[in-house]
Design a protein around this ligand. Structure first.
Ligand code: SF4
Length: 283
């Protein structure tokens, strides 16, 4: 629910009080301790456990055997969520797993509203580099790479993020640069679009011909899901030197790798220190 808080239209509902849990892969544990009804509206559902199978629902494109599915809205009508609401009224409250607050909502409109401040910070050298660490998250231990990169990046860098990759570092206390948070979270994976818009706008503001001249590095968290579209969109924009990790796409046959390396200088993530040094050098 975290990105839901970033949408002004949803903020007006006072019962949207918080976020529970983390990236998709923790759902079997977190759905159990949430105690209330869960409505899946999109992908990233994993096999449903008995501990919450009686209070999970699907709608839209996602479905699961034996799980009630809320039907599409009829012409001119609304979806009928009454069974979800009814169940919510009888459930105990969630078991607390953490507390705190996170600053978010930095989709392109908001970042561009701050464009003068951001551009000034780049011109004065207060911000040396942006590092895009968007993408998916997974349960593999190797994904702590992104936590380690976020922790070790110099204080004059700003991380642009969207999607579940953020859960690897959005609870670190990384501070701000003159009021600009060091993690600018555009929202969910679909909001990666915003990161591309921000890059294109910065290119325009700085009067550059090539997106690769911007002080932006791309260190993308791979998983075989929507990150595919994010990667293809970045390649379409001509972005070069993207790092992908910690695993590489299954479709990367030797021939495809050759094309991507030769034309786009794509590389796998490596050691945290050397990757940061390279990124800070624009490599
Ligand atoms: S970022 Fe990836 S893992 Fe997370 S919801 Fe989007 S597609 Fe799923």
């Amino acid at each position: 629910m975290l990105p839901a808080h970033y949408y002004p239209a949803l903020k007006k509902h006072q019962h949207l009080v918080g976020n529970y849990g983390n990236a998709w892969w923790a759902q079997q544990k977190e759905f159990a301790s949430f105690n209330g009804p869960i409505l899946l509206t999109t992908n990233c559902l994993v096999p449903v456990r008995d501990s919450y199978k009686d209070r999970i629902f699907t709608t839209g494109r996602v479905s699961y055997p034996g799980v009630p599915h809320i039907a599409d809205r009829a012409e001119g009508a609304q979806k009928d969520f009454s069974q979800v609401i009814e169940l919510a009224r009888s459930c105990p409250p969630p078991t607390e797993i953490e507390s705190g607050s996170i600053v978010g909502g930095f989709a392109h409109n908001q970042v561009l509203a701050l464009a003068d401040k951001v551009v000034d910070a780049v011109k004065t050298g207060a911000i040396k580099r942006f590092v895009v660490m968007a993408g998916c998250d997974g349960r593999q231990k190797a994904r702590s790479y992104f936590t380690d990169v976020a922790s070790a990046l110099p204080d004059d860098t700003v991380i642009l993020t969207a999607g579940c990759a953020k859960y690897r570092y959005n609870k670190l206390d990384l501070g701000d640069i003159g009021g600009i948070p060091r993690v600018l979270d555009a929202g969910q994976c679909n909001d990666s679009y915003s990161l591309a818009v921000i890059a294109l706008k910065l290119k325009e503001v700085f009067g550059l011909d090539d997106i690769n001249e911007l002080p932006i590095s791309f260190d993308i968290a791979w998983y075989e899901q929507k990150a595919v579209t994010v990667l293809l969109a970045l390649l379409h924009l001509g972005v070069k030197g993207i790092r992908l990790g910690p695993t590489l796409p299954a479709f990367l046959s030797p021939h495809v790798v050759k094309v991507l390396v030769e034309n786009f200088d794509i590389k796998p993530t490596g050691e945290v220190r050397s990757d940061i040094e390279a990124m800070m050098a624009g490599e």
